[in-house]
Design a protein around this ligand. Structure first.
Ligand SMILES: [Fe+2]
Length: 351
């Protein structure tokens, strides 16, 4: 079987877009590591597609697995050789963990942030939660700062299990920070921190399936959001964010992963963002690393994985890119209510 036929077979069994390049990426990752989570991380193939691809490669007699390990058979190694597929190489900068920024002013609040984050509510499957590690949250704030979107600015955080509103407001630099969340535990936690530390932080309970309340519309210089990965969920979150901005010159920050979004979905998202009147000024892949969550064995990908092992809490494999967009002209984005489940689509793996 040719690589493109393997991609087609995995595409039809996973009902998601799979390219020949994904097969190459997966083989390349297996050449570099035999750990299943490391392979998923290195390959950047969406998890659900990678699970189907592994099954196809197994049917061809090219890979074997056991106990959370995956490896190439002699036949698989031969295929790699004949296609010129080499081991994946990761050259992440050890100083900045790949974010490309120093913490700068955020370093001064790092220990206070860490102390507060120690008591954070744990991630809930019900809300598709899973938070970035502390360094990623601080790096995101530092990056925003370097873009002129923090000091003296009014910032809206849409969904804040990452506690970004805390990191930002601890510095005292923003004029105002408002955090929205659907989870009463997060709302209570952030409200308590804001009072205890006397921060310029307001916390609002809000379900992002619904448009923003009028008092939060057209009122901010920047928004930050780590949306759910289904296409309609992602865009709904992005449009809520854009609707919070004053207008041209204002900025939005969005997280987008390869783990649950194919490049086909990335392309749709980029097209929609551009058409709405915004421009993507920055796209930094693998900017965020996530802490592993407690509902691992209940997520949809668990049953699909050919071989399983629960990773350690701080064993990063789930990463996402940071996208910065800037409003260029009066944005046009739909603000309808979303009915039903907005988390699931065929690429959703951790819901
Ligand atoms: Fe670096």
């Amino acid at each position: 079987m040719e690589l493109h036929e393997i991609a087609q077979a995995a595409a039809s069994s996973s009902q998601t877009p799979v390219q020949e390049r994904d097969v190459e990426r997966l083989l390349s990752a297996i050449l570099a590591s035999d750990d299943v989570w490391r392979v998923l991380d290195l390959s950047d193939v969406p998890v659900m597609a990678a699970c189907e691809l592994l099954q196809e490669l197994h049917r061809q007699g090219w890979v074997e697995w056991n106990d959370g390990r995956v490896w190439l058979t002699p036949a698989g190694k031969k295929v790699c050789q004949s296609h010129g597929i080499c081991p994946a190489v990761e050259l992440r900068c050890a100083c900045c963990e790949g974010s490309g920024v120093e913490l700068g002013p955020m370093a001064e609040v790092a220990s206070a942030f860490s102390e507060l984050a120690a008591d954070r509510p744990q991630a809930l499957q019900e809300y598709d939660q899973g938070f970035v590690n502390e360094r990623s949250a601080l790096s995101r704030a530092a990056f925003m700062w370097s873009k002129g979107d923090v000091a003296g600015r009014e910032i809206l955080v849409l969904g804040d299990d990452d506690l970004l509103s805390v990191a930002l407001s601890l510095t005292g630099a923003p004029k105002r920070v408002v955090a929205l969340d659907i989870d009463p535990r997060i709302v209570d936690f952030l409200t308590w921190i804001a009072r205890d530390r006397r921060l310029a932080l307001d916390v609002v309970h809000h379900d992002l399936r619904y448009p923003l309340p009028p008092e939060l519309t057209g009122d901010f210089d920047a928004f930050v959001c780590d949306p759910t990965e289904s296409l309609r969920g992602f865009l709904a979150f992005a449009w809520r964010g854009v609707s919070s901005l004053r207008g041209p010159g204002c900025a939005g920050y969005l997280g987008l992963t390869r783990r649950e979004a194919s490049l086909t979905k990335w392309r749709h998202i980029q097209q929609e963002l551009l058409e709405s009147g915004t421009v993507i000024t920055d796209l930094r892949d693998d900017f965020h690393a996530y802490e592993n969550w407690s509902y691992f064995e209940r997520m949809v990908a668990w049953e699909k994985l050919p071989t399983r092992r629960v990773p350690e809490r701080d064993e990063a494999w789930y990463r996402s890119a940071l996208i910065r967009l800037e409003v260029l002209k009066e944005p046009r984005c739909p603000q309808e209510e979303l009915a039903g489940d907005m988390f699931d689509d065929a690429e959703a793996a951790t819901t």
